[in-house]
Structures are given as structure tokens and as C-alpha cells.
Design a protein around this ligand. Structure first.
Ligand code: 3HC
Length: 298
């Protein structure tokens, strides 16, 4: 199936990145939020990211204007009726996603493909809220979406092979490398990444190294762009905690169990970069310092 028009539901961190990438790749793209202020915030982050590309001269001012012109912001699901592919990127709550897909199923043309950007919830449990189970798959992107080169294409036991092929092809048309995976908690990347992030927190709790030394160990010793504690802050400690809980429930394996420290930090409102404090203090965002509370209370 040839995808021509794309819909993205949710214009938060991931939704805005997906909508931007689709528009930059030439797709007319409808993007929806639940309120005007949230929509404006998402569009502002798209504008900022496109401006970064223009500054770096990877995109011209004209290409930026064309990408913005391909975006159609909306508050209504009615505007998705003629989309060929609708990608959901709302809050990670299974019931909310099921309700959304059930509503979309009535509004969007029957031939369209539905996809979820979920990081850890079951695609199978979402698809059963619709009448189009063979035309349902996961398309899992990585933050920051316009930069990261991967998309996980997630098939369920009933996803039509032609829909899988369309998902893989769509990933390539976005300039990403698609990898094919099956609907198991965490897919490929989070199944491997989350235990690693949790282990770095356990290492910190056990006094194996300081925040900076653990991060430098993996950055300089293994060539990772970010150390694990920086990455946990970047993903969001609430998100990391939430994914770990879901994976722990799915596999009942200790490696997915969130350590007490991350739970306490989330409860205390230390959510990582987005809240200004996590394993690092982002008061000066260009020069984060290890969180003094964690270092002085040990
Ligand atoms: N839009 C446009 N450009 C962006 C951007 C954005 N949103 N974010 C970063 N950039 C650009 C910068 O302008 C810069 O360009 P330059 O190299 O030409 O100067 C370049 O990207 C690098 O950015 P910075 O200099 O600010 O910082 P870094 O060199 O550290 O790169 C990074 C930032 C690309 C985020 C890099 O640190 C990285 O790859 N980190 C790992 C990210 C990662 O692992 N993401 C996956 C998280 S897991 C996930 O998303 C799954 C979910 O389910 C949890």
C-alpha cells in the first residue's frame, strides 16, 4: 500500500518529532492535540528543531517552510478520515489508547493502517479495540525523533504481511533504518536498554562509582553518546520507571524491577531533564552538575 497522507495523534515530545519527520520527508501530515495550548507548544518545538537544521545547513529555509506547510494542526479526530496511516503517540495508558483507537476506527477510512508509538505496552491489546486487526502494527521511534535513525516496526500474530512491508517502507521513506520485531514487552531496544539503565542506578546505589564516573565509564569506555544516568534523565525518570514496571509485570524477571532510588526520585518530582533535576541538576542546562542531594546524602 502506498502511504500518501499521514496522521499523528499527540504533539508532545514524540508526536511532534514524528509529525515533523513525516512532513520533512514530504508527507502531508495531520497532527492533533487535545487543547490549543498543547498544540501550540508542540508546533513551537517543531519550529525550533527545524530552525536548528537550518542553522546547521542540513535543511534550507525553503525546505523548512515547505515542511511547515505540509503540517495540518488540528484538535479534531474528524480530520484523520482520509489518512493512509495514523500513528498514535499519546500518553502511555492502555485504556486511553484503546478508547482512542476505537473512536478512530469509526472515523478513518477502512483501508488505512493504524500504528502505535508505544514503548512498552502491548500492540495486540490495542488492536483488539478496532475492527482492523490485520492493518495494525507498532512504529516505535526514538528521541529525538528527527535525529535518531531507528524505527522499530512491530508486528503482531495477525498483522498482514503487506502491512508489515508498508511499515518497513514507510520507515525508509522517513530516512530511518527500520528493524522488524514482534509484539513482546520492550520490543528489541527497550528490552535491552531498560535493564541497562536500571543496573546503572543499582551500581550508583551500591557505591560502585559516582554519577559522573558511571556515565564516563560507559561514554568513554564503550563509545556511547550519553552515559546511562544522563540517558535516564534524558528519557525521563518517570518514563523509565513506568516502562520498567510494565516490563517487570510482563516478564516477572528481576532485571526489569525498578530499584528503590528511581521510585523515590520520581515521587519527589525529580523526573530528569524535563523537571530540571534528576541524576543531574539542569539549573544551567548547558552545564549539568551531578545532583548534590544524591551525592551529599549517601
Ligand atoms: N532537532 C534538530 N536537531 C537536533 C535535535 C532536534 N530535536 N536534537 C539535537 N539536535 C542536533 C544538535 O543541533 C546537534 O547538531 P550538530 O551535531 O550538527 O551540532 C546534534 O543534534 C547533536 O546535539 P548536541 O550537540 O546538543 O548534543 P549531542 O552531541 O550530545 O547529541 C543526541 C544529542 C543526538 C541526543 C545524542 O546525545 C544522542 O544520540 N544521545 C542518545 C539518545 C538516545 O539514546 N535516544 C534514545 C532514547 S530511548 C527512546 O527514545 C525510546 C523510548 O521508548 C524510551
Amino acid at each position: 500500500m502506498d502511504i500518501q497522507k499521514v496522521g499523528v495523534i499527540g504533539c508532545g515530545l514524540m508526536g511532534s518529532g514524528i509529525a515533523q519527520t513525516a512532513a520533512m520527508s514530504g508527507f502531508p501530515t495531520v497532527v492533533r492535540e487535545v487543547s490549543q495550548p498543547l498544540l501550540d507548544k508542540g508546533l513551537a518545538s517543531i519550529e525550533k528543531s527545524l530552525s536548528k537544521f537550518v542553522e546547521k545547513e542540513t535543511v534550507t529555509a525553503e525546505q523548512k517552510a515547505q515542511a511547515l506547510a505540509r503540517l495540518r494542526p488540528t484538535l479534531s479526530l474528524d480530520d484523520f478520515a482520509d489518512c493512509d496511516l495514523v500513528i498514535e503517540a499519546i500518553v502511555e495508558n492502555l485504556e486511553r489508547k484503546r478508547e482512542l483507537f476505537a473512536e478512530l476506527d469509526k472515523k478513518v477510512k477502512p483501508g488505512a493502517i493504524f500504528a502505535s508509538n508505544t514503548s512498552s505496552l502491548s500492540i495486540t491489546e490495542m488492536m483488539t479495540a478496532t475492527q482492523r486487526t490485520p492493518r495494525f502494527l507498532g512504529l516505535h521511534f526514538f528521541n529525538p525523533v528527527p535525529i535518531m535513525k531507528l524505527v522499530e516496526v512491530v508486528k503482531t500474530v495477525v498483522t498482514d504481511q503487506s502491512v508489515v512491508e508498508t511499515g518497513l517502507d514507510f520507515g525508509r521513506r522517513l530516512g530511518k533504518t527500520p528493524v522488524l520485531t514482534s509484539d513482546r514487552g520492550g520490543f528489541i531496544v527497550n528490552r535491552l536498554l531498560v535493564p541497562y539503565l536500571l543496573d546503572s542506578i543499582r551500581a550508583l546505589e551500591e557505591g560502585v562509582g559516582s554519577i559522573e564516573d558511571i556515565d564516563n565509564g560507559m561514554k568513554l569506555g564503550c563509545g556511547h553518546p550519553m552515559g546511562p544516568l544522563t540517558l535516564a534523565d534524558f528519557v525521563g525518570l518517570d518514563t523509565t520507571y513506568h516502562i520498567a514496571e510494565i516490563l517487570y509485570r510482563e516478564y516477572r524477571e528481576q532485571r526489569f524491577a525498578p530499584p528503590p532510588l528511581i521510585k523515590r526520585m520520581v515521587l519527589a518530582g525529580m523526573l530528569g531533564r524535563k523537571s530540571g533535576k534528576g541524576f543531574y541538576d539542569y539549573s544551567d542546562p548547558k552545564n549539568p552538575k551531578p545532583n548534590r542531594f544524591l551525592t551529599s546524602n549517601r
